[in-house]
Every structure is written in structure tokens, then in C-alpha cells.
Design a protein around this ligand. Structure first.
Ligand code: EPU
Length: 419
């Protein structure tokens, strides 16, 4: 963690072209899945962000060779040491839970401290454990750590206890090398889950139903090595589009997969944002009248929880009362308390629901980045605000967005990083 802050001078209309980076939430499970192969894996378009370095650090601890330069990460897991991954490492990266399945597959045992990460709700691990149990893992009773052992993993017909993203990813990673056939019902289908499946198929796995909530997997004996390009980050794409919209700018956001954001585009149109979709880009135009809407998050393909905070920040500029319903996490309305310091008067109904009346004339203030997506939301508010906004705890933003400040500055924003 570092103590850098952002100083944003608001009121600049963004203009120009910007390219979206590779997806953090796809790269992390794919790096974990690289441990399933004994051969070298080369991953391209890996975002250069703190979370990837933390994952790389954990891989080194496990004796896995890695090399990361120019957004290319090489992973060669000739062997994976059967070591306990301690709290100090895990607490930096909630996604280290993605190592459960690959370590179990490689060593028939895994010991991992309970995960940490962003503070956005309780985030249970039951969904992970019950899926792995269905495939033959045995949970060793321990209150301090997650400890699993297995003999041979066997295919099964299992239903996820919830459509959890990382739990689905663990189930998939365990099933690809299990004996026989696995059906995973109520699987999460987010673009990053799809990307993990596409990667595994590229190195020899047999997964069908990618992109749907039912995955059918035929176990194989071995996975090969190979080269794979991580999909672009639809969450960053959405954030950049919102940055353009909130400043009434005119920005082309490049290297996107428009289909990943279907509901986002619908909601954006409903608000009144003018844009044009291309094959792999979107052109956002200055929009005059924005109107309030109802925004409700849910699992993919519905509206992503990770874009709720940034989108709601745009809603502060829309006329009328917008209603926000965050159905997944109970801690994801915290940013509203920060926006309050900037002049928004949100009505927080409970941990999941809030109302925002707009349009609000945002005022620069000293605010905190409570989590990764909240941090992005507050940056957007700073871009649109009168005067200067100082954001503390920006390591949350650096964890998940590649050079977001530099990208926005290249479009005309005035963001200074203060050390
Ligand atoms: N949940 C429900 N109902 C559902 C699905 C989930 O209530 O149908 C609840 C769960 O109980 C849990 C929460 O929603 O409390 C999160 O669900 P999930 O288990 O899917 O979260 P995750 O796998 O831990 C991943 C992303 C998160 C993202 C969530 C939701 C990675 C590494 N992390 O977490 O990303 O918010 O899915 O899409 O992929 C981020 O990037 O900022 C981030 C936190």
C-alpha cells in the first residue's frame, strides 16, 4: 500500500481516443489456471496493475517461474510447491482464492488463509467449497485456514449454491482435469468467466456452454502450454465511456467487445447519453439532457455490480430522482457518503438501495477511495466537479485500473498524482 493521492481539477471536457487494457478479472483466474499445466503459458494483454504483481509474487512463493514485461506474462509451473499461503499474502488479494482448485489439482492438497481484498461485504467461501466437495475434495476442519485434500477428482453434476464468479472459476479449474464428465449448473457467465474457459479450451480442455449458466466439461488427462490474449476489460471500458459522458466530452473508446456491455448500453440510452457502437469501439458524443432512471445490478448478462458506482455518479447529472438497487454486495453504496462531500444529497434507504436527485452541481472536495470501483466513481465525480478534488487511498484504484490517470489525462483531464 502507498499513500499516493490524486488531485483532479474538474471541468475539462474529455476528447480523443483511448484504448482499453486487458481485463483484471480475466487475467487473475487465467494466471491461476496456468498452474494446471506443466508447460509454459504466455499471456498477452495482461494489465500492468498491482493485483497482477501480487499474484505473481504468490506464484514465486510457490516456486513457479514467471516473467512479466510489456503486458506479457510468462508462467511456467513445472512444479507447484505444496506450501501454505499465509494471511499476509492472501490479505492483499481476495482473488488468491482462485489458487484453491489449481493447487488442489497439482498437489492433492491446498492450504490457504481466508481471503481479504476490497472491503465490500462479507463474501462467503461456501460456494467454492461445496463445488470442490462435489468433485471429490475433502475439507479438513480448521478455523484458521482453508485446508482441502483429495484423492482423484471425479466429474459430477453440480449446482452452484450461488452464481459466484470466482467459485465458478474454481469449479471449472477443478473439473477440466477431473475424471469423467462434469456439469456445472447456475454457473456465473461474466465475460471473465468466459475468457477463463476459452483459455482452458485453447490449452486442451473440453468445456462446452461457454457464456451460458450451464457448463459441460469432459475431463482430460493433461493440459498443454500455449499463448493466449486476455480479453479487454469491459469494466474499464464502461468507466471510460462514463468519463466521457459525465464531462459532456467526445471520446472514442477502442478495443472493446460491445456485446459484453449490452445492458450497460441500454441503460446509457435510457439516461440519454448519445453514442455509436462499432465492431470493437464506441464513440461517445456530448449529450445535452440526461434523465433519471432505475438502476439494478445482478449477475451477468444483467447490469454489473462493478459498474454500479461509476454509473450512479453519472446519474448525479441526470434530471429527476434515480433509484439504485445493488443486489449483490451490501457494502457497495459507501461511495455515496464520499459524493455527499461533493454536494450530492443521496437518500440511502438501506445497505442495498438509494435514491439520488439530480442534476447536482458537483463541488471539488477531499474524498476517499473506499474500494476499487468506488474509487473510479469518485474520479468521475472529480472530473465533472467545479474546483479541485483530492482523492486519498488511491492504491485501490491502482490495484485494478491500468494507468487510469494517464489515460484520462491523454483525453484532456487534469489529474495529478501526488506522492
Ligand atoms: N451474490 C449473490 N447472488 C448471486 C451471486 C452473488 O448474492 O447470484 C453475492 C455473493 O454472496 C457475494 C457477492 O455477491 O457476497 C459476490 O459474488 P461473487 O462470489 O461472484 O464475487 P467474487 O467471485 O468474489 C468477482 C469479482 C469481483 C466482482 C464480483 C461480482 C474477481 C476476481 N472478482 O468476485 O470483482 O465484484 O465477482 O461480479 O473476478 C472488482 O473487480 O472490483 C471486484 C470486486
Amino acid at each position: 500500500m502507498h499513500t499516493h493521492r490524486f488531485l483532479i481539477t474538474g471541468g475539462q471536457k474529455l476528447q480523443g481516443q483511448v484504448r482499453v487494457s486487458g481485463s483484471k478479472n480475466a487475467a487473475l483466474p487465467i494466471i491461476a489456471a496456468s498452474l494446471l499445466s506443466e508447460e509454459p503459458v504466455i499471456l498477452k494483454n495482461v494489465p500492468d496493475i498491482a493485483d497482477i504483481y501480487t499474484m505473481q509474487h504468490i506464484l514465486h512463493f510457490l516456486g513457479v517461474e514467471t516473467e512479466f514485461a510489456n503486458n506479457t506474462l510468462k508462467v511456467h509451473a513445472k512444479a507447484v510447491a505444496n506450501l501454505e499461503i499465509e494471511h499476509e499474502l492472501v490479505s492483499k488479494l481476495r482473488a488468491s482464492i482462485l489458487l484453491l482448485a489449481p493447487m488442489l489439482v497439482r498437489n492433492k492438497e491446498v492450504r490457504l488463509a481466508f481471503p481479504g481484498g476490497c472491503i465490500i461485504g462479507k463474501r462467503p467461501v461456501e460456494a467454492h467449497l461445496s463445488a470442490l466437495e462435489a468433485l471429490g475434495a475433502e475439507i479438513v476442519e480448521d478455523h484458521e485456514i482453508l485446508h482441502l485434500i483429495c484423492k482423484d477428482l471425479k466429474g459430477a453434476d453440480l449446482t452452484m449454491t450461488e452464481a459466484s464468479v470466482t467459485a465458478t472459476e474454481n469449479a471449472v479449474m477443478a473439473a477440466v482435469l477431473a475424471k469423467g464428465k462434469t456439469t456445472i449448473r447456475f454457473a456465473a457467465a461474466e465475460p471473465h468467466v468466459q475468457d477463463l474457459c476459452n483459455f482452458l479450451n485453447a490449452i486442451g480442455a473440453k468445456i462446452k456452454g461457454v457464456g451460458t449458466h450451464t457448463l459441460e466439461i469432459t475431463g482430460v488427462k493433461k493440459l498443454k502450454g500455449g499463448e493466449y490474449r486476455i480479453t479487454s476489460d469491459y469494466l474499464e471500458a464502461g468507466t471510460l465511456v462514463l468519463a466521457s459522458a459525465i464531462t459532456r466530452g467526445e471520446v472514442d473508446v477502442l478495443d472493446i467487445v460491445p456485446h459484453h456491455l449490452d445492458i450497460f448500453w441500454q441503460k446509457l440510452r435510457e439516461v440519454g447519453v448519445v453514442f455509436e457502437l462499432g465492431k470493437d469501439m464506441v464513440r461517445v458524443q456530448p449529450s445535452k439532457h440526461l434523465k433519471a432512471i432505475r438502476l439494478q445490478t445482478a449477475i451477468y448478462p444483467s447490469f454489473p455490480t462493478d459498474l454500479q458506482a461509476p454509473f450512479s455518479t453519472l446519474l448525479t447529472q441526470a434530471k429527476g430522482i434515480s433509484f439504485i438497487f445493488e443486489t449483490l454486495f451490501e457494502g457497495r453504496l459507501q461511495y455515496l457518503y464520499e459524493l455527499e462531500k461533493m454536494g450530492v444529497r443521496p437518500k440511502i434507504l438501506n445497505a442495498y438501495q438509494a435514491e439520488i436527485e439530480g442534476p447536482v452541481c458537483l463541488q471539488g472536495a477531499s474524498v476517499n477511495s473506499c474500494d476499487l470501483r468506488a474509487g473510479a466513481a469518485i474520479m468521475l465525480a472529480g472530473l465533472a466537479a467545479e474546483g479541485q478534488t483530492e482523492i486519498s487511498d488511491i492504491y485501490y484504484i491502482d490495484r485494478g485500473y491500468e494507468k487510469l490517470d494517464e489515460k484520462l489525462n491523454s483525453l484532456g483531464a487534469k489529474i495529478e498524482r501526488i506522492k
